[in-house]
Design a protein around this ligand. Structure first.
Ligand code: IPM
Ligand code: MG
Length: 368
């Protein structure tokens, strides 16, 4: 089978990490007698430079005609890049929001798993004298809430005033809640729904609908947790979580926190899914403009996103497992990009420091 992938390398470290993910993908597919064809499209700052907009309608059409999207990262330095002098709807991030909305990618899955090999890089203290061990997945609503509600800036009585609107309807909540419960059924059957129901109406509706959906899943337990408490619990006791279900903005913030406790933001993949098998796969991290072009970025989040693509869009379980196994073997062989080097000098001395492309080579070489 030949799978058709729309490839969006994007800005900053995007092209470097996507090249490594493509390398690993091609290796694993060749091993099982399959292949991928790539249609490259521009999104973000590179599209602004070429077309004056962060995402063209043609690019969206190309994505629609493919089976899945593999994406790097978009955007630049928000204080120094000229892209951020443009009106908000012309900036790089607007392209990302546009593609998520246009393709109906409402369910964002972000697994945060601490590899035993990286427990040294986990910033949390040991638990009862043992290395940390957690495995959770964030199910983030991706096409609603504050990100897509009406916004404007106006002068009210001579005072500049900005408004953003947080909107959710019950159907949007119901479908993402079902995604979370479906995911939980394949895991440890525990959903923690995160909201700010002590303040926000959207959160109170979130709680009501989530409770209704939970009745469809008698085997799955449901807890509600306030978002500020969740931020604290993630660094106190991440072992307590299985599936975290939350809205767009909270999920954005909490998933960065969840990624950091796995050792590095460079480790966290993500899948953005719709009602069909189509999906967009990207690392959860940003474009890291400060290290772009230096071949030092960690490509593992993107490589693991490619594995999620094989699993969710193509049902290629064996190939997806092979990538994850190869990543694990690479880590246990002591191969490290700088972001996952242990801080301890003695431990670091037994590791092999590698570049972004060497990390891609190392994973590809370990594909069985
Ligand atoms: C993410 C990113 C995006 C988001 C930005 C780049 C708009 O932070 O995917 O988490 O906020 O969703
Ligand atoms: Mg984010």
């Amino acid at each position: 089978m030949t799978i058709k992938i729309c490839r969006i390398s994007g800005d900053g470290i995007g092209p470097e990490i996507v090249a490594e993910a493509s390398k690993v993908l091609d290796t694993v597919l060749a091993g099982s007698g399959n292949s991928a064809v790539y249609q490259d499209v521009l999104m973000g700052g590179c599209s602004i430079d070429k077309y004056g907009v962060p995402l063209t309608d043609e690019a969206i059409d190309t994505a629609r005609k493919c089976d899945a999207v593999l994406q790097g990262s978009i955007g630049g330095n928000t204080t120094t890049s000229p892209w951020y002098k443009l009106p908000p709807e012309k900036r790089p991030e607007a392209g990302l929001l546009k593609i998520r909305k246009a393709l109906g990618l409402y369910a964002n899955l972000r697994p945060a798993y601490l590899y035993g090999e990286l427990s040294e890089s986990c910033p949390l203290a040991e638990k009862n004298g043992e290395p940390r061990k957690f495995d959770l997945i964030m199910v983030r609503e991706l096409t609603g809430g504050l990100y897509f509600g009406a916004r404007h800036t106006e002068e009210v009585n001579g005072i500049l005033t900005a408004t953003d609107t947080d909107v959710y309807n019950e159907n949007e909540i119901r479908r993402i809640a079902r995604t979370a419960f479906d995911v939980a059924m394949k895991r440890r059957k525990k959903v923690t729904s995160v909201d700010k129901a002590n303040v926000l109406d959207t959160s109170r509706l979130w709680r009501k609908i989530t409770k209704e959906v939970s009745a469809e899943y008698p085997e799955v337990s449901l807890d509600n947790m306030l978002v500020d408490n969740c931020a604290m619990q993630l660094v106190r006791d991440p072992e307590q979580f299985d599936v975290i279900l939350t809205e767009n903005m909270f999920g954005d913030i909490l998933s960065d926190e969840a990624s950091m406790i796995t050792g590095s933001i460079g480790m966290l993949p993500s899948a953005s899914l719709c009602e069909t098998s189509f999906g967009l796969y990207e690392p959860s991290h940003g474009s890291a403009p400060d290290i772009a072009g230096k071949n030092i970025a960690n490509p593992l989040a993107t490589i693991l996103s490619a594995s999620m693509m094989l699993r969710y869009s193509f049902n290629m379980t064996k190939e997806a497992d092979a990538i994850e196994e190869a990543v694990r073997k690479t880590l246990s062989d002591g191969i490290r990009t700088t972001d996952i080097m242990p801080a301890d000098k003695v431990k670091a001395a037994s590791m092999k420091p590698v570049s972004c492309s060497e990390m891609g080579d190392a994973v590809a070489a370990r594909i069985k």
